[in-house]
Design a protein around this ligand. Structure first.
Ligand SMILES: [Zn+2]
Length: 960
């Protein structure tokens, strides 16, 4: 099968008839959007997943009768493209080789890549072509890039609006920072897409004759348990001037402090060993505390100097033991004598942690050296338990009796008040590398523009929006609430990159996760800009206020921006029609940033009726179980894959291996499996014609009922966006039913089933159409249709009444054939004669009563038997109480649905059905005669006395 030819044929047809272009009309609308791509590379199979899911969703809703808008834009904003351009300019061979070999970029184009926009433009076209080749039903008239003049006007409006609402504030807050680019960094800007995460240490300053010895700690409250200071004698420290004080700290610490708005001046290098044995004064009392040597103290952590709290910190406890035992060679014999009387000071009481918590855990874990890695684990265990359950002891002054979790901040404030504290911010997920290669730091960015995501009212409004929204899958909902809760001020301006200037501070550019949160609204405007009905350069705040809020006089505004009042009103009308966004699709990695910001900015800028309605989140795509990445060399560019395998096999392979949130696994065997399946469906369909359906036989009624079942199940899966499940129903689940049907009609030598088969395949192909649009159109055409499959109505119902009796009948017949096959398999005999015995009438009555009991919740055998004996019609049960147990087991092994079905229909005449429907089939399959007797038939042939074991729906079978 020539997949590429089929792809091109239908893509051409869709584009010729403008099938995916959507304007407002009288129909109910659905506005489906997906995170627009960042064009710094071509898309690979992994990117294909989110866009394919969005396309399937759009196509499904279109078939359900909605007027669906699915648009696309391109996100040029940000630093990554800038970084790439710089590397091209510097002739970075690794990058240039990648462009050539992996992305197949022509050399003359690569030469232009020193200019960032050229990179974006090139990959923009590349990605767009790939989307068309994948068959995405996008309205391309609305395409834009984020550096278009009209878009920049839109972002300026957004920013001025947020600032007016006090949601963009100037302030000093810590951010991840690239020292080389002099730019804040977030997930988008780092290698491996890591969000820089940082934590705040409290610096406590001890005094050494006027020189400050600063220690950094996450547990300032343990100051009350300090017994000594640790310094690493191997490290070269620096004596530095910090604002007006003189400090001793590691060189790394000095550098970190520079980014925290401190004026740092290095005076001289000093050796850690110089300080061993000296004494400092503690800030909280006037005690003199000795400085001791310790190898576990690292210069890149904190200040490179730590305070020792041996009762509560396992590292300190072990290091103190090492000192006292003489194991630590940097200790002179005089000092050794002096320190023998240093004992742990217990200042936190925690149930279950022992008298001296650190001593206990060090002994329990068998730790005997301060460089033992188990000390990390020991530290975490104590820290967490003491934080949540610890009570401050009597030696903690005014804090005695308080819980650590409550007193922590108070103690921090108190140390600050006695002018002995400072703050050190440190990355917790080091190293974080910027895309330019530089290692990132934490910077206290002062007088900078921040989106005030810590604003409580704003958060609450966003929570309200989330509560009302559909989230698929719903299990991810708590993650959004958590993100909202921990979000804090976020820098929204950058020094470099492509994008829009901050309107009131032209030195700065709007950051890329701030200019991509409400752009769905811009899709309404971009159509008119692209049609040149409005001039992007002319757009004003009044224009946006009118389109989005209906504010001001349209005639006046229209006049100013040189369009007609009618056109302006049309834009407003179109906005009101398409907004709100009905579904926002995105990958899971955007939950903690883009998707949450999308909601926050919508609730800030739009009235409640325009808030987003739904978010759909999907997991990533693995390649043979491994993460796809350039460095692993396992990236398959999407366009290359389409050329090789065809669009539909790729779409289906991406979708069928996993539900939304799971990671999908992609491999070549799976594509081949899908291709074979589609090809065989194609073959089957070419053979059948749309004939009139004559009077329905039982098996016809059954297969059509099963088809109705399929349609309901698939519709249900589609509504829940369980696409894997829907695809399984459409492609595979129906096959065994179809096989049974064909077996039945063959045994009856029927030739009048083409109409029924046509109906079955037509409906399956329509259901397949959102998933595999090209091959579905091709088959649909072969089935004799002139209208497009994608323009047909979704078959929620196939227009045939569901027939429960036929379900009972075929289930009975199938189970008899299964039983015969099982018996033959076990006994290995070649049958000469098959006899079937159907159960007595009273057994059927008993069956109904037992079923009724079960449905009423009664499953106690004794009680059931009692009620049966009390009934005249079923009193015979006395002779065979075992029968009740068997029937009960039969019933309990079936689903509730089937049980209810059996209750609601007249019991079928098994004897008549088996005789009329199964004789020819048995003859056909086994080449023997079938005899059917009723259990009560006095003339019956029953040499093995089998008839009495017959049960309703479970006739007895004798094979000779
Ligand atoms: Zn950088």
């Amino acid at each position: 099968m020539d997949w590429n030819t089929i792809d091109k044929k239908w893509q051409k047809k869709w584009s010729e008839t403008n099938d995916h272009e959507t304007d407002y009309n009288d129909k109910e609308k659905k506005f489906i959007t997906v995170a627009y791509p960042y064009p710094n590379s071509p898309q690979h199979i992994g990117h294909g997943r989110t866009y394919t899911i969005t396309d399937v969703h759009s196509r499904y809703l279109r078939m359900k009768g909605f007027n669906v808008l699915f648009p696309m834009g391109f996100h040029y904003t940000g630093t990554p493209i800038l970084g790439m351009a710089k590397r091209v300019e510097a002739n970075d061979t690794e990058l240039i080789e990648g462009f050539k070999t992996l992305y197949k970029v022509p050399e003359d184009r690569i030469k232009e890549f020193a200019e960032p926009v050229k990179i974006a433009d090139y990959f923009h076209e590349e990605i767009k072509s790939g989307m068309i080749e994948m068959g995405y039903s996008i309205d391309w008239r609305r395409e834009f890039t984020t550096i278009d003049p009209a878009y920049q006007k839109f972002i300026e409006w957004q920013f001025r609006n947020l600032k007016e609402k006090n949601l963009i504030v100037q302030g000093s807050h810590p951010v991840g920072w690239c020292p080389k680019d002099q730019n804040p960094v977030s997930q988008h800007d780092t290698l491996g897409d890591v969000e820089p995460d940082f934590t705040e240490y409290v610096i406590i300053k001890f005094d050494l004759n006027g020189v400050k010895i600063p220690v950094a700690t996450l547990r300032p409250e343990t100051l009350f348990g300090v017994t000594n200071i640790w310094i690493n004698p191997q490290v070269t420290y620096q004596k530095i001037k910090v604002n007006d004080e003189i400090w001793i700290a590691s060189p790394e610490c000095a550098r970190k402090l520079e980014f925290l708005e401190k004026k740092i001046e290095v005076i001289e290098d000093v050796s850690g060993s110089d300080f061993v044995g000296q004494s400092v004064k503690a800030p909280h009392n006037d005690d003199s505390i000795v400085i001791l040597p310790a190898s576990f103290v690292k210069s890149d952590n904190g200040t490179g100097i730590v305070m020792s709290v041996p009762a509560h910190a396992p590292f300190d406890y072990q290091a103190l033991l090492d000192c006292k035992s003489g194991k630590n060679k940097s200790i002179t014999s005089d000092l050794l004598k002096n320190i023998q009387n240093i004992e742990p000071i217990i200042m936190i009481k925690t149930e279950g942690l022992g008298d001296i918590p650190a001593k206990d855990i060090v002994e329990r874990m068998g730790i005997s050296d301060q460089d033992d890695p188990k000390l990390e684990e020991a530290t975490k265990e104590i820290y967490s338990k003491e934080f949540y359950e610890g009570i401050l002891a009597d030696n903690t002054k005014q804090f005695a009796g308080k819980k650590i979790s409550e007193a922590k901040d108070e103690i921090k404030e108190w140390i600050t008040e006695i002018e002995s504290a400072d703050i050190l911010l440190e990355l917790t997920n080091t190293p974080v590398k910027c895309r330019c290669g530089a290692e990132c730091v934490v910077k206290l960015l002062s007088n900078q523009w921040f989106l005030d995501y810590s604003n409580k009212d704003w958060k609450n409004k966003a929570h309200t929006c989330f509560e009302k929204m559909n989230i698929f899958p719903n299990e991810i909902r708590p993650e959004f609430d958590q993100v909202l809760d921990w979000l804090r001020e976020r820098a929204c301006a950058r020094q470099h990159g492509l994008g829009t200037k901050v309107p009131w501070d032209k030195e700065w550019l709007v950051e890329s996760l701030a200019d991509s949160v409400i752009y769905m609204a811009f899709y309404i405007i971009s159509k008119y800009v692209n049609k040149k009905e409005i001039d992007g350069n002319e757009l004003t705040d009044e224009f946006f206020d009118y389109v989005f809020y209906g504010k001001n006089d349209p005639a006046e505004i229209a006049n100013k921006i040189k369009i007609t009042k009618e056109k302006l009103e049309e834009i407003r009308k179109e906005f009101l029609y398409f907004y709100p966004v009905d579904a926002r699709h995105s990958g899971r990695d955007l939950v903690p940033n883009h998707l949450t910001f999308f909601v926050l900015n919508h609730v800030a800028l739009f009235p409640e009726e325009n808030w987003p309605q739904e978010i759909v989140v999907n997991g990533s795509v693995l390649m043979r179980g491994k993460k796809m990445s350039k460095s692993m060399g396992n990236i398959i560019p999407l366009r290359e894959a389409v050329r090789k395998y065809g669009a539909d096999p790729i779409r289906l392979t991406i979708l069928i291996s996993a539900e939304l949130l799971q990671d999908a696994d992609f491999n070549v065997e799976a594509i081949n499996g899908i291709k074979n399946k589609l090809e065989s469906m194609y073959e089957d369909c070419t053979k059948i014609k749309a004939e009139e359906i004559s009077e329905l036989e039982p098996e016809d009624k059954w297969i059509l009922s099963m088809l109705q079942n399929l349609a309901s199940n698939v519709s249900e899966s589609m509504n829940k966006i369980r696409l894997r499940e829907a695809l399984h129903h459409i492609l595979y689940d129906f096959d065994s039913e179809l096989q049974w049907y064909l077996k039945r009609v063959k045994s009856k030598q029927r030739t009048n089933i083409s109409g029924i088969l046509h109906k079955i395949f037509s409906n399956r192909i329509l259901m397949l159409s959102p998933f595999a649009p090209h091959i579905a159109e091709e088959i649909w055409e072969k089935l004799g249709n002139t209208e497009l499959a994608s323009k047909s109505a979704w078959p929620s119902s196939i227009g045939i009444e569901f027939d429960p009796t036929s379900i009972q009948t075929e289930t009975l017949l199938k189970s008899i054939i299964d039983d015969i096959n099982n018996i033959l398999k076990v006994t290995k005999i070649s049958p000469k004669k098959i006899t079937i015995y159907t159960a007595d009438k009273w057994k059927s009555k008993a069956y109904s009563l037992i079923l009724k009991n079960v449905l009423d919740g009664e499953t106690n055998i004794g009680a059931i038997i009692k009620s049966l004996i009390a009934n005249k019609e079923t009193e015979q049960i006395k002779k065979d109480p075992d029968f009740v147990k068997k029937i009960l087991n039969d019933i309990l092994s079936e689903s509730l649905e089937i049980r209810k079905g059996k209750m609601n229909i007249e019991q079928i005449d098994e004897n008549k059905i088996i005789s009329s429907e199964l004789t020819s089939l048995v003859k056909n399959d086994y080449n023997v005669e079938l005899s059917v007797f009723s259990e009560s038939d006095s003339e019956k042939y029953d040499p093995k006395n089998k008839a009495k074991t017959a049960r309703p729906f479970k006739p007895a079978i004798l094979i000779e």
